[in-house]
Each structure stands twice: as C-alpha cells, then as structure tokens.
Design a protein around this ligand. Structure first.
Ligand code: NAP
Length: 244
C-alpha cells in the first residue's frame, strides 16, 4: 500500500537522499524546504517523472502556523502523512560563552520546536488509524556532546529525549518513534569545514571514510518501514564507528 511521507528540509543534503529513498520504496512524498525552492521543486519533478507522487512545500519548521499549513497542503495533494521524517537542521561553530541568545533559541526552535510542531500536525490522523512512523534526525553530538557546538548538541539531545518519551506514549497506539544519529556526513553542512578537517575526520572514522546522505537515508527508510515494526524509541547511530 502506498504511504504518504513528509520530509522536512528535503530539498538538499541528507533530506534529499531520504526523499529519493522513500519515493523509490513507493511513498508519495511531501518535500519541505525553506530556502532551496529550486532544488526541492526539481526533486519533486524528478520523482513525478519516474511515476511517483511528490510535492514541494515551503515552510520554516520553527514557524508552527507555516509548517502546519505546509503539511496540510501536502496532505491535500498526496493523502494523510503516515511517515514523518524530521530532518531540517542548522549548524553552529562557536564557543559557549560567545553563543548569542538568539542562536541558542534558533537551534532549539529548528530542532526541538520544529519536531514538536510537525509531530502535532500529523498525530491526529496517525492516532485515528493507529498506524504511523516518525523518524527524527539527531546527531552523534546529541549523544556524546560536542565542544564549540553546545547549542547544537543540546538541541539534538532534546530530539533524543523527545523520541524516547514519545515512543513510550505512542507505542500502545501502534505509532513508532525512532531517531537516527548521523556521524560526519558529506553534505553542505560539512563541506564548509574545509578539506583538511574533512580528511582528518575521515581518518578518525574506524570505517575509513565519511558517511554519505544515502548511508543515512537507508537507515531512515529501515526505521520508517515494516521491517522495523517492533522497533521504537531507538537511536540508530550511522557513523562508521566514529563514537564507539
Ligand atoms: P544541510 O545540507 O545543511 O541541509 C540542511 C537542510 O535543512 C536543508 O534542506 C535546509 O532547507 C533545511 N532547513 C534548515 N533550517 C530549516 C528550517 N528552519 N525549516 C525548514 N528547513 C530547514 O545539512 P544536512 O547535512 O543534510 O543535515 C540534515 C540533518 O542531519 C540536520 O538535522 C543535521 O543536523 C543532521 N546531521 C547532519 C550531519 C552531517 O554531518 N552532515 C551529522 C549529524 C546530523 P533549505 O535549504 O531549503 O533552507
């Protein structure tokens, strides 16, 4: 049976790979973007050309009214969302004592509040049909902590707390909530670190390479799919052994 999925920040990076993977597995996909309009619309066209169904919708996940309206727009075109992937994210790199309050708040607004808004938007239908899978993208830094990324790591830890608690609350309703914690994955978020740092991070990875968006997308699709029917509240690390 075709399901409708909704992926936040789906226009590029890890989100785009997740969108492609879910579409390849037969999902109709709502592709949320904030700034990457062309990329998101191009991706939706690509999926439609391959016989799938997809719609790109703009919203800031931190804006409750906007992201709720975007989800409704996708649902009107594609059907009620039964797979939700909270992927939208932003990075930081500064000392804790220099972190502006606005940046701290933005980190939590995008990562924690964003997930809160999207989940509340899709939950009434999932509760009604007693079916649904939610996959939140955290980070290995949300598990382990990270110097010079205290706001990022703290907000990603909040996503893990949300995942575990909500999984307990929703398990009796047969709605699963899981989390993927990527390690260092080659996307725009990491490219800005420069070649030297990227090579050193690859050397520190037991698997001997950095991750790809597709590595993460396969884990997300697994947790979203029927193969993970009895799995909930878990944090699946996809990092080539980086934090072992
Ligand atoms: P990326 O290439 O920088 O892409 C970030 C994505 O998030 C873009 O699609 C962007 O959309 C979207 N986004 C950002 N703020 C948004 C907002 N307020 N509302 C809606 N969309 C928003 O990053 P990435 O590497 O693919 O990261 C994806 C997720 O994986 C993030 O949650 C990130 O924290 C997590 N992660 C990444 C790594 C890594 O090494 N790359 C490691 C651990 C965890 P627009 O372009 O449309 O604005």
């Amino acid at each position: 049976m075709e399901k409708t999925a909704f992926v936040t920040g789906g226009g590029r990076g890890i989100g785009r790979a997740v969108v492609r993977r879910l579409a390849a597995e037969g999902c109709a996909v709502g592709i949320n973007y904030l700034q990457s309009r062309e990329a998101a619309e191009e991706l939706a066209r690509e999926i439609r050309q391959q016989g799938g169904r997809a719609l790109a919708v703009r919203a800031d996940v931190a804006d409750r009214a906007a992201i709720t309206a975007a989800i409704r727009q996708a649902e009107e075109a594609l059907g009620p969302v039964e797979v939700l992937v909270n992927n939208a994210g932003i990075a930081q790199n500064d000392l804790f004592q220099d972190t502006p309050e606005a940046l701290w708040r933005r980190m939590f607004a995008v990562h924690a509040d964003g997930a809160f808004h999207t989940i509340q938007a899709v939950l009434p239908h999932m509760l009604h049909v007693k079916r649904g899978a939610i996959v939140n993208i955290s980070s290995i830094w949300g598990l382990r902590g990270a110097s010079c990324e205290v706001a990022y790591a703290s907000s990603k830890a909040a996503v893990i707390g949300l995942t575990r608690s909500l999984a307990m609350e929703l398990a009796p309703s047969r709605i699963r909530v899981n989390c993927v914690a990527p390690g260092v994955i080659r996307t725009d978020m990491v490219e800005c670190l420069g070649e030297e740092t990227i090579s050193s991070l690859a050397e520190q990875t037991p698997a001997g390479r950095l991750g790809t968006p597709e590595d993460v997308a396969r884990a997300v699709a697994f947790l979203a799919g029927e193969g993970a029917d009895f799995i909930t509240g878990q944090v699946l690390t996809v990092d080539g052994g980086f934090i072992l």
